[in-house]
Design a binder for this molecule. Structure first.
Ligand SMILES: [Fe+2]
Ligand SMILES: [Fe+2]
Length: 214
């Protein structure tokens, strides 16, 4: 009976996470956004705002993928010693998700319509990696976080010069992602060979190419 109950609980919790991730404005940040009221943008024209929104939409979808990856992995991975740490990392990803969502709204734009698709794909990848073993699963987290970090650095350069509020968000995210990558490696994550990283790069190209507009 108890086991049955905890299974149901778990299922409800999983479903709740899916909804919070995919329904716009549903994610609740536990830390305030780094784009505090004191951080002010310089005037931007329509083209610049559209470009900023395109980049922030990519970052938002990246966080949707991170959420799905952690959730899929949580379902299959054992991770006895690091489960707590991984859950903490996942909760920081919810902050990122909420901050990007908020910033998209400020820019008068919306998250990607393709998010459910990327959520499903990342969930599957996370669950598969978790089933293979903790070393692979943690390695996957590390490689993903490093890749996200590179995207963030690139976006910090590509954002319109006057967009200080998006920059404030991305800077804090970059700090957090580097920490997540380090945690996953310290917990025993495998360093991935170049071909795997190449495959991940290809996938992220598909994501960024489509989500910038859609
Ligand atoms: Fe994140
Ligand atoms: Fe992260």
């Amino acid at each position: 009976m108890n086991r049955q109950l905890s299974r149901t609980d778990n299922l409800i919790h999983q479903f709740d996470t899916v909804l919070r991730t995919l329904v716009p404005h549903a994610a609740q940040a536990s830390r305030p956004s780094p784009a505090t009221p004191e951080v002010r943008d310089e005037p931007m024209d329509d083209e610049e705002r559209r470009h900023a929104a395109g980049l922030m939409r990519i970052n938002h979808t990246g966080e949707v993928c991170a959420q799905a990856l952690y959730q899929g992995q949580g379902l299959t991975a054992k991770l006895p010693e690091v489960r707590g740490q991984m859950e903490e990392a996942a909760s920081e990803e919810i902050d990122h998700l909420a901050w990007c969502d908020e910033r998209l709204r400020e820019l008068g734009d919306r998250p990607s319509l393709l998010n459910p698709l990327f959520y499903a794909a990342s969930f599957g990848i996370g669950a598969a990696a978790g089933a293979v073993g903790d070393r692979v699963s943690l390695g996957f987290v590390a490689a993903t976080e490093e890749q996200v970090g590179r995207h963030l650095e690139e976006h910090l350069v590509r954002l319109p010069a006057g967009d200080h509020r998006s920059r404030a968000v991305l800077r804090q995210m970059a700090i957090d992602e580097a920490h997540h990558a380090q945690l996953a490696l310290e917990a025993g994550g495998a360093r991935f060979p170049v071909p795997v990283k190449f495959g991940m790069k290809l996938m992220s190209k598909v994501m960024t190419g489509s989500v910038y507009r859609v």
